[in-house]
Write a protein that binds this ligand. Structure first.
Ligand code: ADP
Ligand code: TMP
Ligand code: ASP
Length: 237
């Protein structure tokens, strides 16, 4: 298919979203920008858009092959991929296998401690409030989703974890945690949307537990580019 890039529909922190000639599909263009803390920390990183486009393509392509519905259709250039146009759910679903990041801050438990079972938590997509944590009860009370939808989100998020965990493990990477966004294609087909990249996942090198993700930028650890390139090399080899 020869995809035509149409009108710019949305520009976010990490991607630009364009229409195509088919109303059911979009082009996502990955920017060479790095942001953290909802835009409070910003930098340009040459080629980062290309690395994330290729990483998300590899991971979502694999999820699709495993029967896990994602929006990914095909990469069409270094920075661009065609995706199904989804009606997005205004939630971020975070799956955690190991204590890190805000869970460490919230509980005081040691970063790196494995959880006895994976957990799912939701954050409300509201940059101005730094994506606050929501309970399932509050999601229901605010009518952001129904019980049936929450059950479907949980099943899809846990399935992604079950498929992606071993895939990364085989590549020498521990899947510590990750964030997913969901949306509906053509009405009622639930899909994983957005991206699965070192911006949205914690990836730790199994050999030495070195961070291979955006925490290198957030925590000013250096070697950000090297980390993203390492993940790309491992998911495309
Ligand atoms: P943000 O909006 O948080 O700055 P991005 O720069 O990544 O993030 O922008 C991408 C936007 O496109 C997000 O709002 C995301 O929810 C939305 N989005 C991701 N995938 C799809 C899709 N398949 N269909 C429609 N919207 C999508
Ligand atoms: P957290 O520990 O900061 O809550 O992050 C959990 C996971 O979610 C981590 O892999 C990074 C990802 N994440 C995003 O993709 N976007 C965000 O806005 C936040 C806060 C986290
Ligand atoms: N708040 C998120 C982070 O720290 C995303 C962002 O601001 O781009 O990763």
């Amino acid at each position: 298919m020869n995809w035509e890039k149409g009108e710019l529909l949305y520009e976010g922190k990490a991607k630009k979203i364009y229409a195509t000639q088919d109303p059911d599909y979009l082009i996502a263009e990955f920017k060479d920008a790095l942001t953290a803390f909802d835009g409070g920390m910003k930098a340009e990183l040459s080629s980062k858009g290309e690395w994330n486009n290729r990483i998300s393509s590899a991971i979502m392509g694999y999820l699709n092959e495993q029967g896990v519905n994602t929006h990914f259709v095909e990469a069409i250039s270094s920075h661009e991929q065609v995706v199904k146009k989804l009606k997005m759910v205004p939630l971020e679903a975070v799956v955690r296998n190991v204590i890190a990041g805000s869970l460490h801050k919230r509980t005081g438990l040691t970063e790196g401690t494995p959880l006895s079972r994976p957990i799912l938590e939701y954050h409300w997509k509201k940059d101005e409030l730094n994506d606050p944590l929501l309970t399932e009860d509050l999601i229901l009370a605010l009518m952001l989703a129904s019980e049936e939808q929450l059950a479907a989100f949980r099943e899809l998020a846990m399935r992604v974890n079950q498929v992606l965990g071993p895939y990364m493990d085989e590549r020498g990477i521990l899947l510590v945690d990750f964030k997913l966004e969901f949306g509906y294609f053509r009405g009622d087909e639930l899909n994983v949307g957005d991206e699965v990249t070192p911006d949205t996942c914690r990836f730790w090198n199994k050999e030495d537990m070195a961070k291979l993700d955006k925490d290198r930028f957030r925590r000013k650890l250096g070697n950000v580019a090297e980390a993203y390139q390492e993940v790309l090399a491992r998911v495309t080899k």
